[in-house]
Ligand binder design. Structure first.
Ligand code: SF4
Ligand code: MG
Length: 327
């Protein structure tokens, strides 16, 4: 069994004055060791919330209300905050959208690395310095910057410093929430290439959340497409790109310029994601779906098997098994 992570029935709700709003409505996922999974969808589809639900980083009013997250033999959902803290950084780490928010502005990079290490290991100052310099070099930053403060680094360097920090203990899993989205296109590409190179070299698994499907096209093994709090497609990245099984995935593919710079007309997806407090009946995508059928307003699609992938669309519903009646 080479599964690193098993998520089953994960549900995240936001408590509101009008009752709970499900932001993640039941996600199942198995991640293999060393696998790179891309999670894509428009903002508000629940992708970051799902990631935070997996990493147990949700704060009220959001919380995991159902499901399990098995990681290295433990259900993270059922763990105490104290036990979770021993796993975080050591066995799995998190890289956020903005390092400016995640890093402490009043401490040097070196001091923050040191605090993260000291919380988990009894290393001498010499060991701490050596490892801190080593991870900075891994991401292509001169170790003299251990003395630098976050504001003294460029946006790209700050994100790479965050990735270096995530690598301090060579974890098995790094979850990343849009870590390149604040950067310009050139810096985005180089950071993506660097993440991929590190992953190949060190063998950690990645869950990478982004709203830009083209960004992960070259780097992820599999893609998960989310819409309105649900997985609508899950499959090998290549097959989702070449033959998207869900109309929403197809729309997303047409909504971004290719990272390879191919010219294509960007059409986008008309309309906006639904209010999760009151999702549309039937298929949640039906009000925006260009190929919706009458029955899509009433019938709720499941995740159906489509070749090696899965898609939540009635177009892929298996035909009913016909029963032959003997006369
Ligand atoms: Fe479109 Fe119907 Fe498929 Fe939903 S179930 S994606 S509305 S065709
Ligand atoms: Mg987000």
């Amino acid at each position: 069994d080479d599964a690193l992570l098993r998520v089953s029935g994960l549900r995240v709700e936001y408590a509101t004055a009008n009752g709970p709003v499900p932001a993640v409505a039941g996600v199942d996922l198995t991640l293999a060791k060393g696998e790179f999974l891309g999670v894509v969808g428009e903002s508000g589809c629940g992708k970051s919330t799902m990631l935070f639900g997996i990493a147990q980083l949700l704060n009220p009013p959001a919380s995991v209300t159902a499901g399990e997250v098995w990681f290295k033999g433990e259900n993270l959902v059922a763990m105490t905050a104290k036990s979770l803290n021993t796993l975080r950084w050591r066995d799995f780490s998190v890289v956020m959208q903005s390092a400016m928010n995640a890093l402490n502005p009043v401490h040097s990079i070196g001091r923050q690395f040191k605090d993260a290490i000291k919380a988990h290991a009894k290393w001498s100052d010499t060991q701490v310095r050596a490892r801190s310099a080593e991870v900075l070099e891994l991401v292509g930053i001169d170790p003299v910057h251990l003395k630098s403060y976050p504001h003294q680094l460029s946006g790209g360097m700050r994100q790479r410093a965050m990735i270096a920090m995530a690598l301090l203990f060579t974890p098995d899993l790094i979850v990343m929430d849009e870590p390149t989205s604040a950067l310009d296109v050139v810096a985005q590409r180089s950071l993506m290439a660097q993440i991929k190179e590190l992953q190949k070299q060190l063998g950690f698994a990645v869950i990478f959340v982004t709203h830009d499907m083209s960004l992960v096209s070259h780097f992820s093994d599999r893609l998960m497409v989310m819409y309105a709090g649900q997985v609508v497609e899950l499959g090998r990245t290549r097959s989702v790109f070449d033959a998207p099984a869900h109309p929403y995935s197809k729309g997303l593919l047409d909504a971004f310029p290719s990272i390879r710079g191919e010219k294509k007309r960007l059409t986008g997806i008309p309309g906006a994601p639904p209010n999760l407090a009151k999702p549309p009946s039937g298929c949640r995508f039906h009000p925006r779906c260009p190929v919706a059928m009458d029955r899509c307003k009433a019938d709720v699609p499941e995740l159906y098997t489509v070749g090696a992938a899965q898609a939540r669309c009635l177009l892929h519903e298996p035909a009913p098994v016909s029963v032959e009646v003997e006369s």
